[in-house]
Design a protein around this ligand. Sequence first.
Ligand SMILES: [Zn+2]
Length: 173
Amino acid sequence: MRRLWTVLLIFALTGTGVLARGRKNKQPVTVYIDHGAMISTRSLSLALALAHDMFAPAGVDLKWRPGRPELEPGDIVIQITSNTPASLHPDALAYARPFDGVHVRIFYDRVAKMGDVRLAPRVLAHVMVHEITHNLQGIDHHSTDGVMKAIGRLKTSQAWRASRFRSIHRTWS
Ligand SMILES: [Zn+2]
């Protein structure tokens, strides 16, 4: 696991994962999606595919599974919800629990309001990668740029303009 954390830390700090490119033996990470949000199957599928591809250069092979199962050590559960109360982590799109390393919750209603509806799967993928990285690292470290830039406590209208997101996403593609 230490090796995986090191790779992920480099990945997070550089924002590109260039140092990890070319790894042949990928580390599988099973991620369960437990969602009750109003999100189309098409959008969710696209987000999962993008998030998978964003992790690939770091040598991580995300295995998506539905529901809330009996968890094995190292598994992650992402809960995607709507109707987020305004008082719950105001301005955050999601939160992870890096110190239990398992649970992530994404506020999809806030993600969907980030801009053009066609960008929602890309924003969702970015948020997934950010929060999964927190859990895999076991720390709440943020970088100044790239996918591990803080996404909470920012004015969402400023921090997540579509143009800003496109530039972040280009870094990863
Ligand atoms: Zn974060």
